[in-house]
Design a protein around this ligand. Structure first.
Ligand code: GAL
Ligand code: ZN
Length: 688
């Protein structure tokens, strides 16, 4: 794996650059990312460019064998720009114009901002586009970060109307798609339509809002494309173009933004994200959450979501946490040595290059409390010490370079489903990622690493595909899934699937709408339950189990000869006789494959149970029996599988491997089935 660090030459005196560059080389780093917030240094006055300082920095770092990744600086518009063109400032959902003073204060639909973007990006491309020391570009920085995806300014209103006109063609079609006859919302002309913020009472019409979310995401896709075009016109294919996404960030369709990029990158902050994701984890995971190492299951899901945006291709971590962050509720220092675990986790997730954030802790402004590989005073921080002790393990990792991630199980996700369900959760604790995480973590606990792909992705390489929910569905999606199942795939559909049309109206067909014939059963009732209310379910599949369904319940009626019920509700009080005996889970034979429908929202123990039931059916073999807190990674090369077992806990853990004939990578010795993995350590095996 290549390693690098984010370096901000503009934050340090020039005399220091050479010292820092030398230290990077000595520690085995080979990439420096620069300039992604340096617009005011690169264009101090409108149209006046100054590249001399960056030229010098590049020269010094290249002399220490560092390759340079340049950020386009558009996440940080200079003050002169915002002051001369206040119409470039974004407006929040409350109608307030945002101010200068931090970053990301721009509207992607502002014609002026787009023109000035093309100018600075074009100038940088002219200057560095043929420079061999510059290997590639990162566009902007974390699109949408800090609640900046959805802008409600007049520029956006205009662009939204154009977007709608292109999508619907006629105002009648739009009125119909949004159901505007409801509460007299019918529009007579495009000019009457605005953003869905600040409606009189109630949240906005969910169809209107969903289109606005799509439009906002599309606006950044188009804005990114403007930059790609400006770069490609000059650099051709000499340098790569990427963007640094944010794991489970919900507001942007990262899958659509990823398409035109050379590869994707993301910014991984395990302790920070775990804290933010703690609610999500709490509902579906137990105590592996560790305050100073992060929740490894959650980080793995983030990796998988990012990897899925480019169909499994290798990707980068453009910012890797190496010490404490400054933006958490609490900001613990990562445990010494943890960096190696994170790097192995990155490797087994398919990461090709890891760039640490940041080289030295800053003395000033917003991120003073953030760590660097160097402390504020320039002494080595824990990150650098960890890297020094990682050197030996790195050699082993390098010897596995020719392998790649390959999984035969996938979860299906969709940002549109996420948005639609977020607009109408119908249960105050209903959360899309929580549902996805429950299934994902259960697979990983079972020793099965898996992919996460978009619901229209090519599924042919998978044996088992789980769709925690496919909320918005149409005939094309149903046909796509049918092809997978007919060819022998095993598909699991979760709650609320097929409930809505793509324009976010409920289907007029029996549920699950277009997916009904695939399921071979109809969903006949659905409800969300208050906390504390559960409903017993008798699960009958190669044995008998009783579980307690909570949060969300659906009942099914089997409709096809090829389908059957495999779980039924057992009414526990006289107040719920209507549920007695109704199917809670069904299975349907379709061609050479099968479709399961799970009608309740499974919790942690239930996803474990269901995954345990499904894996043998799909003939997916886990690595073995892995205890909680030990993560499984899998890569393949030349017909062999490389397994990685990463112990994120503080205790020695025992793993029982499934297959024989495996050998230790370092010694070549045959392996015992029982393996002990020391605390916070990694074992790597190769199996035929
Ligand atoms: C990232 C961002 C960086 C820096 C970092 C601090 O989200 O891209 O510029 O702010 O967080 O953790
Ligand atoms: Zn705007």
């Amino acid at each position: 794996m290549n390693l690098g660090v984010c370096y901000y030459p503009e934050h340090w005196s020039q005399s220091r650059w050479a010292v820092d560059a030398k230290l990077m080389r000595e520690t085995g780093l080979s990439i420096a990312r620069m300039a992604e917030f340096a617009w005011s240094k690169l264009e101090p006055r409108p149209g006046e460019f100054d590249f001399a300082w960056l030229d010098r920095a590049i020269e010094i770092f290249a002399n220490e064998r560092q390759s340079i990744v340049l950020g386009t600086p558009t996440a940080a518009p200079p003050v002169w720009l915002s002051r001369t063109h206040p119409e470039t400032l974004p407006v929040d959902a409350q109608g307030r114009v945002k101010n200068v003073g931090a970053r990301r204060h721009y509207c992607p639909n502002s014609p002026v901002y787009r023109a000035l973007t093309a100018r600075i990006v074009g100038a940088m491309a002219q200057h560095y586009g043929a420079d061999e020391r510059v290997i590639g570009w990162q566009i902007d920085n974390e699109f949408g970060a800090d609640n900046t995806t959805r802008c409600y300014c007049p520029n956006c209103a205009t662009a939204f109307r154009v977007w709608l006109e292109q999508k619907y063609g006629s105002i009648d079609a739009l009125n119909d798609a949004w159901g505007n006859v409801f509460w007299s919302q019918t529009y007579a002309d495009w000019s009457e339509i605005g953003a869905p913020n600040l409606p009189g009472a109630h949240p906005p019409n969910p169809s209107h809002a969903l289109d606005y979310f799509r439009f906002a995401s599309d606006s950044f896709r188009a804005y990114q494309h403007l930059q790609i075009d400006a770069l490609r016109a000059v650099i051709a294919d000499r340098q790569f173009i990427t963007h640094n996404f944010m794991g489970l960030f919900p507001d942007l369709d990262a899958y659509s933004l990823a398409r035109p990029l050379s590869f994707v990158s993301w910014d991984s902050y395990p302790t920070g994200h775990t804290e933010r994701g703690a609610a999500l984890v709490a509902q579906s995971d137990d105590g592996t959450y560790s305050y100073d190492v992060g929740n490894p299951y959650l980080v793995n899901l983030e990796h998988a979501v990012v990897r899925g945006s480019k169909d499994g291709a290798p990707f980068w971590v453009m910012e890797q946490q190496a010490g404490q962050v400054n933006w958490g509720t609490y900001n613990p220092a990562p445990r010494p040595g943890v960096l190696s675990l994170w790097l192995w986790q990155n490797f087994f997730a398919g990461v090709e290059t890891t760039v640490f954030f940041r080289e030295r802790a800053t003395w000033f402004a917003h991120e003073q409390y953030h760590s660097g590989l160097l402390n504020h005073d320039g002494s080595l921080a824990q990150g650098y010490l960890d890297l020094q002790s990682f050197a030996e393990q790195r050699a082993i990792m390098q010897s596995l370079r020719d392998s790649r991630v390959e999984n035969n199980v996938a979860l299906l996700i969709s940002y549109e489903d996420l948005w639609a369900l977020g607009l109408q959760p119908h249960h105050q604790d209903f959360d899309y990622w929580t549902l996805v995480f429950a299934w994902y973590a259960a697979l990983l606990r079972a020793g099965v690493p898996c992919d996460v792909v978009s619901k229209d992705a090519d599924l042919s390489r998978f044996k088992l595909v789980i769709a925690p929910t496919l909320h918005l569905a149409d005939d094309a999606l149903a046909a796509h899934l049918r092809r997978f199942v007919q060819a022998g795939g095993l598909l699991v559909l979760g709650i609320r699937s097929g409930f809505k049309t793509p324009s976010n109206k409920v289907t007029g067909e029996p549920l699950p709408g277009p997916l009904r014939s695939l399921v071979g059963a109809a969903v006949t009732s659905w409800q969300s339950l208050p906390p504390g209310v559960t409903m017993p379910v008798a699960l009958m599949w190669r044995g008998w189990q009783r579980v307690h369904a909570a949060r969300w319940l659906e009942t099914l009626d089997v409709e096809s000869d090829t389908a059957g019920s495999i779980a039924a509700y057992v009414a526990q009080t006289t107040s719920t006789p209507q549920l007695q005996g109704r199917a809670a889970m069904t299975v349907n034979q379709v061609g050479a494959g099968r479709v399961f429908y799970c009608g309740w929202m499974p919790d942690r123990a239930q996803t474990d149970l269901l995954v345990g039931m499904l894996l043998p059916e799909a003939q997916v073999e886990p690595v073995g029996i892995v205890p909680q807190g030990v993560l499984t990674g899998r890569r393949v090369r030349a017909g062999n599988t490389i397994w990685g077992l990463m112990n994120f806990t503080d205790e020695e853990k025992r793993v029982w491997l499934n297959a024989s004939g495996w050998r230790d990578l370092e010694t070549g010795a045959p392996l015992d089935k029982e393996q002990k993995i020391p605390p916070r350590a990694v074992r790597v095996f190769e199996s035929p």
